[in-house]
Design a protein around this ligand. Structure first.
Ligand SMILES: Nc1ncnc2c1ncn2[C@@H]1O[C@H](COP(=O)(O)OP(=O)(O)OP(=O)(O)O)[C@@H](O)[C@H]1O
Ligand SMILES: [Mg+2]
Length: 348
């Protein structure tokens, strides 16, 4: 089945520049403008704050925000637990059907202690969850099919892990499997004579084991295929928007983020956030000095990204919180007469 997701908007950038606020504002505005589309706002920041921004408890379940907008702050640990449990189950089934290995008393304990989700890095756990959300083939019919996903990504280093999903996840499963086989091998040294028998190709058990070995192999192949599907999906409908403020560190960060992500996802726009409005800048020396620094970086950022859509947004008087606060921020970013297509497919 082909995925029906039309757009995956990914917001990235340095800490504190407004990624979460702009993600939420964008999702709210799109849901207002496109009442027939189902939109999911998802946070991949370890320190989730969508609940604060939307003034609603969200957490680890897909939570309804408006009639066509949902949000989730996934608990990646929980999903990784489910995933490793499935792996454990498959491995135990495999060993039980192996004539000798199945008899090694410590084998179940070994599987329980070596296949733990604790050994998976958090960023990879997030990536696994991201895959689950994106991969239509993974969804049962009870789940909502989203048309548009807006993803609030963590700062750059962790963001890359979210894209390097396929290889990393395969590596983890491979590592598990190799540890597993190696431990079996050493346990089997004591049974070397019988061991030979196991590999007797005329033994019916051998076929059974081969089948189960294939199952693990297929798990890895499935993961790889899934990774490929997601890579293709992100290439075709992914749209990265990097957020910066008009200051050096965050400008440097977006340049780095652009270079590090360009093989995974298309950079469609740059947000320059929290600009001091010019009319206020004149009102005090302090403001005017900060503003002139900002204006300098504004020019530099525009120059660096001259082939990319730039959205400028002023610093608001009030924190953009709650649906209406976020709508105010969205108006500040996109203007009041924006068409949804111009948000989904930004043109210069
Ligand atoms: N244009 C704006 N005007 C005024 N306040 C803003 C604006 N954009 C964001 N904020 C405020 O700035 C703070 C940081 O924003 P936000 O949490 O969205 O940044 P972030 O990049 O997601 O941060 P983190 O890296 O910590 O997740 C928040 O208090 C938010 O309400
Ligand atoms: Mg954030």
């Amino acid at each position: 089945m082909l995925s029906l997701i039309e757009k995956i908007i990914v917001l990235g950038g340095k800490g504190g520049v407004g990624k979460s606020s702009i993600s939420a504002a964008t999702a709210v505005l799109l849901s207002d403008l496109l009442p027939d589309k189902k939109i999911l706002l998802i946070s991949f920041d370890m320190a989730h704050n969508l609940s604060d921004l939307l003034s609603k408890d969200i957490g680890n379940t897909i939570t309804s925000i408006t009639s066509n907008l949902w949000a989730i702050e996934p608990d990646a640990n929980e999903y990784a637990e489910i995933y490793t449990k499935d792996l454990i189950y498959k491995m135990k089934t495999l060993t039980k059907q192996m004539p000798l290995v199945g008899r090694i008393p410590q084998i179940e304990e070994f599987i329980d202690t070596s296949f733990t989700s604790d050994s998976i890095p958090l960023a990879l756990k997030n990536a696994m969850f991201f895959q689950k959300i994106l991969d239509a083939e993974d969804k049962d019919s009870k789940e909502i099919q989203f048309d548009i996903i807006v993803a609030d990504f963590p700062p750059t280093a962790n963001m890359i892990t979210l894209f390097e999903i396929p290889e990393d996840q395969v590596k983890v499963v491979l590592k598990y499997s190799l540890n597993f086989y190696n431990s079996i091998k050493s346990a089997m040294r004591n049974f070397s004579k019988m061991f030979k028998q196991i590999f007797n190709p005329f033994d019916g058990e051998y076929e059974k084991r081969k089948e189960l070995g294939n199952e693990i192999f297929n798990m890895i192949v499935d993961l790889e295929k899934r990774g490929e599907r997601i890579t293709d999906l992100i290439h075709s409908v992914g749209s990265l928007r990097l957020v910066s403020i008009a200051e050096k560190p965050s400008f440097e960060e977006v340049k780095r983020a652009r270079d590090l992500t360009n093989k995974y996802i298309n950079l469609d726009a740059v947000h320059i956030n929290m600009i001091i409005p010019k009319k206020h800048a004149k009102k005090c020396d302090f403001c005017s000095q900060i503003s002139s620094i900002q204006q300098r970086y504004l020019l530099e950022i525009k120059n660096e990204f001259k082939n990319t859509k730039i959205w400028e947004s002023n610093r608001l008087k009030e924190e953009p919180i709650g649906l209406n606060g976020l709508r105010t921020l969205a108006n500040e970013i996109y203007g009041v007469n924006i068409y949804p297509v111009d948000i989904l497919n930004p043109k210069i």
